[in-house]
Design a binder for this molecule. Structure first.
Ligand code: CP
Length: 250
């Protein structure tokens, strides 16, 4: 199994590696920053090289929204999306669904608020698709400039009081150059503050795909709050990715 990370990662890369080791796979680890891409090798040739080494499965993270789709026609490897640009992050959505299912027993009927940089978030995109397919109500909140133009926005204070799950997102600064969002202003206006946590329903949980910018989109003290399932999500990432690998290899 080859782990091909053309963008930075902690959770996805390491939890795939742990999952592969638990399943007894042999690992090939690739990170773009110390590869021959620095000598001009293309993504296409890098992936063909990995395939030539005799790899069965490739787990790929790349900034290009459509790279995996373009490879599917020609690659003999099974391809797993570990984060595609601002398009999709399906294994993250699956581990998020598992976390919600563990908490509430089912997804149908839940109200989930996703708050923050929806426009550039592949996590928001994959979660919205999966949650709506499974019968959850999804509310979107955050700065209007960070929401897709065609999507309805619910004021955060209004969304919080209705939600079983409040999923916070980091501002994806690496995907939009020149965005005027002051970190100091963000938390009081759009972030999950201590005051807003008090508006949450009894039994409602806080989620975040991480990495977290403590004190920007969420108050520092809420990251490890009793409502928070942020580290549970990471643990579920290993089990979810084990299941995905087993399914794809069988
Ligand atoms: N949630 C997530 O994808 O984290 P990493 O970028 O650290 O993999």
């Amino acid at each position: 199994v080859a782990n091909l990370f053309f963008e930075d990662s902690t959770r996805t890369r390491l939890s795939f590696q742990v999952a592969e080791k638990k399943l007894g796979a042999k690992l090939v680890n690739f990170q773009a920053h110390d590869s021959s891409m620095n000598k001009g090798e293309s993504v296409h040739d890098t992936i063909k090289t990995i395939e030539s080494l005799g790899t069965d499965v490739a787990i790929i993270r790349h900034a290009d929204d459509n790279l995996l789709e373009s490879l599917r026609e020609t690659s003999s490897m099974s391809l797993i999306n570990a984060g595609a640009g601002k398009h999709e992050h399906p294994t993250q959505a699956l581990l998020d669904l598992l976390t919600m299912k563990q908490e509430f027993g089912k997804i149908e009927g839940l109200t989930v608020t996703i708050c923050g940089d929806i426009k550039y978030s592949r996590v928001a995109s994959s979660n919205r698709i999966a949650l709506e397919k499974l019968g959850a109500k999804v509310l979107l909140s955050g700065p209007r400039t960070l929401l897709p133009e065609d999507k309805e926005m619910t004021p955060f204070d209004e969304a919080i009081t209705q939600s079983d799950v409040v999923m916070m997102l980091r501002i994806q600064t690496e995907r939009h150059v020149g965005l005027e969002v002051s970190k100091e202003d963000y938390l009081p206006h759009y972030g999950l503050t201590i005051e807003r946590e008090k508006l949450m329903k009894k039994g409602a949980i806080i989620m975040h795909p991480a990495p977290v910018n403590r004190g920007v989109e969420i108050d520092d003290s809420l990251v490890e709050h009793e409502r928070s399932r942020i580290f549970k999500q990471m643990q579920n990432g290993v089990f979810t990715r084990m299941a995905i690998l087993e399914w794809i290899c069988s």
